[in-house]
Every structure is written in C-alpha cells, then in structure tokens.
Design a protein around this ligand. Structure first.
Ligand code: SAH
Ligand code: MG
Length: 194
C-alpha cells in the first residue's frame, strides 16, 4: 500500500514537473538518516511532501519539520502527509523559509529550495543544528550545468549556476564545517559541524 502511494506521488511529480528528489538521491538521504541515527529533521522546500514522507518512513521515531512557500504545493503536501497518516510526525509550515524563525535544534537540515539562495538558507538555520549535526544540500550539479554550463544559453539559468558555484565555494571555505560532495542524483553535499 505504502509503495503504491509513493508511486502515485512520483507519477504526479513527473506529470506536473515537480522537481522531487531523484531515486538514487533519496536512497542516499534515507540511508544516511538510518546509518547516523537521525531523529529530528528540518527540510527547506517540501514541494508535495515526497522527500519528507520518505525520510519519516525510515523509522517511526523520526520527526520532520518542512517548509514550503507555494500555497498549492503546500496543500497537496498536506493531503499526501495525511494519506500516509504521518501528520503527527511531519510538521509542514506554509511560508518563505527566509522569513521563518525556528528555535528547535535538528540532527539534519536538508536544503532543497530556491537554488540561488542556498547561502542564505545555510546561514539562517545553521544555529538550529545540533552538535555533530549535518546540513545536506541537493541539486549542486543542477543537471550537470554546474560542471559545464555551455549546455545552456539561458541567462537566468547561467545566473543560477553562478550562484550554485558560489555556494559550493562557500561550503569549501567554511571553517566550521567539513563538507563532502557526492555525484549522486543531481549532486548532493553533506556538511558536518566540526
Ligand atoms: N524536497 C522536495 C522537492 C522540493 S522542490 C522533494 O524532494 O520531494 C523545491 C521547493 O522549494 C519548491 O516547491 C519551492 O516552492 C520551494 N521553495 C523555494 N524557495 C523557498 C523558500 N524560500 N521557502 C520555502 N519554500 C521554498
Ligand atoms: Mg532537489
């Protein structure tokens, strides 16, 4: 049943072009959560709730807080979360993450929202990370364009790629964190507080 419900969400995302995590990316993330005994997660960018649900399904003592600014996606995410009976373990907030203040601490912060604002997300929520917690960022390859942007002539895309590269440099030069970059899915990084 669970498998079929997930399949329906995946197909919905495909049909309406909603950029949910890729298969190997979500596998990497859920494996990481399992291996590192992560219990409290903050996600920036819920879309329709797919990754939040996948993360919560890893173990029934996991709690997820997830933020989505798009009203329509938020509503669909809420519906999906309820269908999985996960509303007591997934707390979804409607709003712009850059305007939301949280006081709780999390074992893992997963950044998967507007690609041009990753430094801002990182700096805003970095104080919400538990000691030895990890900040995971998705789409650092951006369809391979970060490695080679000659495949596009679109100005906005080029601008976005520039910002992602800036974020990668920001992570590499951040002395408070040790970052490992993985060529998995659309490019994932794991930054661990020293
Ligand atoms: N994590 C999801 C996919 C997220 S797609 C999954 O894998 O299933 C990125 C989402 O981030 C979009 O739905 C977009 O509306 C949202 N987003 C972008 N910028 C945001 C912001 N500043 N605050 C909250 N949500 C944001
Ligand atoms: Mg993503």
């Amino acid at each position: 049943m669970e498998y079929i419900r997930l399949k329906i969400i995946e197909e919905y995302a495909e049909k309406f072009n909603i950029p949910i995590m890729q298969k190997d990316g979500i596998k990497f993330l859920t494996d990481y959560i399992k291996k590192n005994n992560i219990k409290k997660i903050l996600e920036i960018g819920s879309a329709i709730g797919y990754s939040a649900i996948k993360m919560a399904l890893v173990s029934d003592d996991i709690k997820v807080t997830t933020i989505e600014r798009d009203k329509e996606r938020f509503e669909i995410a809420l519906k999906n979360i309820r269908e999985f009976d996960l509303n007591d373990r997934i707390d979804i907030i409607l709003g712009d993450a850059l305007e939301i203040d949280l006081s709780d601490k999390y074992d893992l912060i997963f950044i998967d929202a507007a690609k041009g604002q990753y430094i801002k997300f990182f700096e805003r929520f970095d104080s919400n990370l538990n000691t030895k917690g990890a900040i995971v960022s998705d789409n650092l390859s951006f369809h391979g364009l970060v490695e080679d942007d000659s495949k596009t002539n679109n100005r906005n895309t080029k601008q976005l790629v520039k910002k992602i590269r800036k974020y990668i440099d920001f992570l590499k030069s951040n002395k408070d964190y040790e970052t490992i970059f993985y060529k998995i899915g659309d490019g994932i990084s794991v930054s661990i507080k020293k």
